[in-house]
Design a protein around this ligand. Structure first.
Ligand code: NAD
Ligand code: MN
Length: 363
């Protein structure tokens, strides 16, 4: 059995409650790799104590020793704090994690009566667009301020994220083939939806659209089973709320992807169940979509499901597919049963109760 070393970075708030839950699930798998865990520091609380939010040791250990990582959440203040910058943004950059992959999946459960049944995967470009933070200010002839921001779209980044989207469409199709038909929400060919606004931004979004389309055209044989469609970002939001079941893989530039994926989380009950993975060519970092939830931190009631599913994504992206499916299935069983849920889903169980229930369903 091979040994896989995972860096654990719980960081702030409920990160310190949900990451240990995810670790217990990984430790309880009875097949697959043997895990070795290494605890690593980062976060705003660390910054307040030591003046740094991301120690060099954390970066070095991840780069030199780890195969993957799990990140909890960080309490970034809304006001500017001198010397502070977000460790999660820095980590994505240091490890070249160029894709933020966010599956949004509903579960048929009495806990969510009128829920639409969806199973989509949003792939958000993680390195450029407006998030290069190239901003400046000037003053006009009347003394009024004008603020500017640059937006970067490169053929290089668009191409590699496009490839990831088409590859993930194929991978998902393979995963689905192992799930009983009755439990599959997606019953069409695998499909990639390219989100853009090139009717207005013809140069930047035009390059994005053309490049991602080109990925399929240049690899016609490989991706011939994958349908390709496009959606302007505004009508994407409309369609996603009207008929979320119409989407399989959705690929978007950084800003559109950020907005779409937070919106999509609202369709499946709670932020506490939505996982993500920051993916590069040779490193994966699982990370729940939610933040540090200061309002419930320390109470033992944070929903661990987003983190447990993020651990599943870590397995999936490291190639341990059958173990990943076991984790996903165990979570789905707990949600479908609906008798053991944390308060964010209307239950009154604790983080520990839900974790135990998932462990009991791990086969
Ligand atoms: P949040 O996600 O922390 O919380 C939003 C609401 O959802 C809260 O009511 C919270 O109790 C609830 N919630 C979130 N996760 C939950 C879980 N697992 N179980 C049960 N309920 C859950 O977002 P916020 O309140 O806007 O931000 C709080 C802090 O988190 C801020 O400092 C923000 O900067 C940070 N944040 C960090 C990340 C990240 O680390 N990637 C992401 C978003 C926000
Ligand atoms: Mn966001």
């Amino acid at each position: 059995v091979s040994t896989v070393k995972i860096g654990l970075i719980p960081a702030d708030g409920i990160g310190r409650e949900v990451i240990p839950a995810a670790r217990r699930v990984l430790e309880s798998l009875n097949s697959g790799p043997k895990f070795e865990f290494v605890d690593l520091d980062a976060g705003f609380e660390l910054f307040q104590k030591t003046g740094t939010s991301l120690p060099q040791e954390t970066i070095d250990t991840l780069k030199n020793e780890c195969h993957g990582a799990l990140f909890g959440a960080v309490s970034s203040p809304s006001h500017k704090v001198a010397g502070y910058s977000s460790p999660i943004v820095a980590l994505r950059k240091h490890l070249d994690l160029y894709a933020n992959v966010r599956p949004v999946k509903s579960v048929n459960s009495p806990a969510f009566p009128n829920q639409k049944l969806l199973d989509m995967l949003i792939i958000r470009e993680n390195t450029e667009c407006l998030y290069i933070k190239s901003e400046r200010e000037e003053v006009d002839a009347n003394g009024l301020r004008i603020a500017w921001a640059d937006r970067k779209i490169s053929e290089y980044a668009s191409q590699r994220i496009g490839k990831m989207a088409f590859n993930m469409a194929l991978t998902r199709e393979k995963l689905r083939s192992e799930v009983p038909l009755a439990k599959r929400f997606w019953k069409h060919n695998p499909r990639v939806t390219i989100v853009h606004k090139s009717n207005v931004l013809s140069i930047t979004d035009g390059l994005w659209r053309e490049t991602v389309r080109g990925v399929k055209q240049k690899n016609a044989e490989l991706y011939k089973g994958v349908d390709m469609e496009e959606q302007l970002v505004d009508s994407m939001v409309y369609r996603m709320f009207r008929e979320p079941e119409a989407f399989d893989v959705v690929v978007a530039p950084n800003l559109y992807g950020d907005i779409i994926s937070d919106g999509a989380a609202a369709l499946v009950g709670s932020l506490g169940v939505v996982p993500s993975a920051n993916v590069g060519d040779d490193f994966v970092m699982g990370e729940p979509v939610h933040g540090s939830a200061p309002d419930i931190a320390g109470k033992g009631i944070a929903n661990p499901i987003a983190s447990i599913r993020s651990a599943g994504m870590l397995l999936e992206h490291m190639g341990y597919t059958s173990q990943a499916l076991k984790v996903y299935d165990a979570v789905d069983a707990v949600l479908a049963d609906a008798s053991i849920l944390t308060p964010d889903l209307g239950g009154n169980s604790s983080t520990n109760d839900v974790t135990e229930a998932v462990l009991k369903n791990l086969t």
